[in-house]
Structures are given as C-alpha cells and as structure tokens.
Ligand binder design. Structure first.
Ligand code: NIG
Ligand code: FE
Length: 421
C-alpha cells in the first residue's frame, strides 16, 4: 500500500476539468490510446502517451499492463443511504401488490421502520454492515461515496449514525472516500407525529448545532406530507447559516417546487427530480445546481424516469447515483444505473460516464480533486475488462470493472487471467 502505481498500455477515457459539465459538453470525453497513467503518492502525476512517460527514480511503483483495456476515473456515487438497521423485504412485497411508497410511509412503515431498527442497533453492527456495502461498491468501481444519516431522527441516534460514517471514513486503507451528509430532515419521527413544527424546531435548535463538524452536507426530504416547501426553506436556510452545503431530495413523488427551492437556496445538488417542473429545470440550470438522477429508484418504485434529456438540453449538469437504501431502492448497482440511464433516460454512454465521474464529484463539491484523470487529481481509477468503453451499457447490468484503484492503491482486482478481449 505505497500509493504509487503505473498503468501502461491503457486506453484512457475521461472527461476533463475541475468544474461540472453541463449541456452538450457532458458528451465530451478525452480518449488516449497506448497511454500511461502514473500515480505518485496517491496523486496523478502523469497521463499521456507511453513514450513520454518518465517515473521519478526515488519511488517504487506497482506496475500494471492494461493490455489496451479502458481506464476511467473512479466512479462517484454521490447519493446513498448506506448505513441502516434491518431490512424491509416485506415492504417490497407490499409494493409489488399495489401499495404505494407513501401509503406505507404514512401508516408508520417505510423510513420509520428503518428508524426503529437503526435506533436499536449498535455502532459496531451498523459499521460492519456499512463496510459490507462499501466492499461491494468498490468491486463496481466506486472510489468516492456519499453516505447520509437520517434513520436516527433524534439527536443521539443521528450522532450515532454520523459517528459510524466518520469511523468508516477513517478505517486504515479504506477502499474509498466517504462524504458525510446529515439527513435529520428525512421524515417526522412517530413521537412528533402531527407536530411537524416542533420537529423542525428541534432540528434547528438542537440537531443542526449538534452535528456541525460531523457532516459536510445537509439534506432534506422535501415532499408533500413530509417537509413541504415552507419548512424546507426554513431548514435549508438554517443549515446554510450553520455552514453546511445543501442537498435536497426534490420532486421525487409529486411536483412540489423542490428544484426551484434548490436553486433559490444555492444547493450544490437536487436529487431524484422524477416529477420536476420545467421552471425547476430552468432555475437549476441557471443557478448551476447539479441534477443528481437516480434511475434505480424510479425502476424499483415503478415510477417514470427523471427527464435527463430536458436537463441536458437546458444546459444543466446531470450526475447519476444509486440511492442505495433499504426502502425505495435496495440496490447499489452501478452497472444497472448505467444501463437504465442509457436505455430509458436516453443519455449517451459518454454523458453517462461524465455523470458518474466529474459531475458526481461536482455534486459533492469535489470536482477540483476527483472525477477526471488529470495530473493533480487523486489517483482514483478503474480498469475495465474491455478495450471499448461502449461495452458499459451494452453488457446490461453486468460488472465491467476488472480493477479498482483508490489513491494509487489497488483495492479490488478480479482474478480473471483468461480474458480473451
Ligand atoms: O431517496 N425518499 C426519501 N429517502 C430515500 C428512501 C429512504 C427509505 O425508503 O428508507 C430515497 O428514496
Ligand atoms: Fe435518497
């Protein structure tokens, strides 16, 4: 684990730059054949034609021969709920039988049932389960993940969740970067049922100050019968004042104006957006709010997909993420995310790659550090099984990742030495 690696004979495929790509530029990728990538001390020090590559003599490097296979920036999964107690397979069955996500939530199931299980879980249990999901993500090429709290919904339990997230981030040789988000405004917990105003007050008075320094982002489920626009505005402004960057679960179930509120409050991203209005799309594009689309959730809830093309045509930057969570979307599948984005959301392969790398990084305010293969960025890379990046959506739902490299260290490598491609 010396953070120094050389990949030779690679087909490097990457977006470029340190800012999100919106509109047509989402489709611009740089392709370098016969390329070498060098990571020194965890940071990319060289990308270019193999003939130009030279390595500093006083470092020792792990050397990989890519044999023409594609090397991409590591994927950024910028929206997950990867820490939670219990599972909800019964709820999945009820939905298959016709009950809706909100009906289940309103009768005390849904998020609240995971809250009950999370409150009674220990830090150790939650951490072990979180690591299990992290290991799976790493196999699919994820090198940065966002992780939300939001299944505690009281001060102590939210702090417990954030401690788990921060502990996981500090595990020695952890396989990926973790960005913590406080989602105390995920639902009104049962003990506050019918007293939303009191819970909003608790969030502002007690919880936001208590979690300061333990999370970079503040997120909220802005939704009819959860936190509606006025309460959301109040909470987002309070969080901003306290120094948090902002995200919203916006216009997921009904058109409520969450996208417009994201633009108004200067949010870094608004996520879901299945039912976004045309005005909301325009406002997000104007204000540079990243549109984080989560096709696995639409698929799992049997809902229409978010209008990716409308966002791109409006010039907005689109990111893609999994939304891994125990309820609306129990899947962290990057391969299926890619397939759904291309097949049902009509994104090109190139746009999909940008959405999962540079724009995902931008959705976490980290486009200057990760998301492209350029000198100065972190050495987060993946090597595919194939020499052609267009295999990604075509090999539907299948993992095309052969090797994952996090800050110059190999953290996953598939032991297939008989690859005939
Ligand atoms: O992104 N909609 C709100 N939050 C999650 C689901 C959480 C859950 O059902 O446990 C989402 O869909
Ligand atoms: Fe979510």
């Amino acid at each position: 684990m010396n953070k120094n690696i050389i990949i030779k004979n690679a087909t490097v495929v990457t977006p470029l730059g340190k800012t999100p790509k919106g509109g047509d530029s989402m489709g611009d990728l740089q392709v370098i054949e016969n390329a070498t990538v060098i990571v020194t001390d965890g940071i990319i020090s060289f990308v270019g034609s193999s003939v130009d590559a030279c390595t500093p003599a006083d470092y020792t490097y792990t050397v990989i021969d890519a044999a023409s296979r594609v090397v991409l920036p590591g994927f950024v999964d910028s929206h997950t709920h990867l820490i939670f107690g219990g599972f909800r397979p019964d709820e999945f069955g009820w939905r298959l039988n016709g009950e809706t996500y909100m009906e289940i939530m309103q009768r005390g199931g849904g998020i609240q049932s995971t809250v009950n299980a999370t409150r009674s879980a220990t830090i150790g249990e939650l951490q072990e389960k979180g690591q299990w999901f992290i290991d799976k993500m790493s196999e699919m090429g994820v090198t940065t993940v966002e992780a939300k709290s939001g299944y505690g919904l009281d001060t102590a339990s939210e702090l417990k969740m954030l401690d788990v997230i921060n502990n996981l981030a500090k595990v020695p040789n952890q396989k990926l970067n973790i960005v913590a988000t406080f989602l105390g405004a995920h639902a009104v917990p049962t003990e506050y049922k019918g007293r939303t105003a009191d819970y909003v007050d608790l969030l502002i008075r007690e919880m936001i100050p208590a979690v300061k320094g333990k999370a970079e982002f503040f997120d909220i489920f802005t939704e009819k019968n959860v936190f509606e626009i006025e309460d959301s505005r109040k909470l987002l402004n309070a969080a901003k004042e306290a120094g948090f960057k902002l995200k919203l679960h916006a216009d997921e179930i009904v058109t409520l104006g969450g996208a417009e509120l994201a633009a108004e409050t200067g949010a870094v991203s608004a996520d879901h957006l299945l039912h976004v209005s045309d005005v909301g799309i325009k406002r997000m594009a104007q204000e540079g709010v990243v549109a984080t689309l989560l096709p696995l959730t639409a698929f799992s809830l049997r809902e229409p997909y978010a209008p990716a093309r409308k966002f791109i045509e409006a010039g907005a930057a689109v990111a893609l993420a999994t939304d891994l969570n125990p309820g609306s979307c129990f899947s962290g599948s990057i391969p299926l995310t890619i397939a759904l984005a291309c097949i049902y959301m009509h994104m090109s392969v190139e746009e999909t790659i940008t959405a999962l790398t540079l724009n995902g990084a931008a959705a976490l305010g980290k486009a200057n550090e990760i998301g492209t293969i350029e000198p100065g960025k972190k050495g987060d890379l993946i090597m595919l099984e194939f020499p052609n990046y267009r295999m990604l959506p075509y090999y539907v739902g299948m993992n095309c990742v052969n090797t994952t490299i996090h800050q110059g260290n190999i953290v996953y490598s598939r032991k297939t030495h008989n690859n005939p491609f």
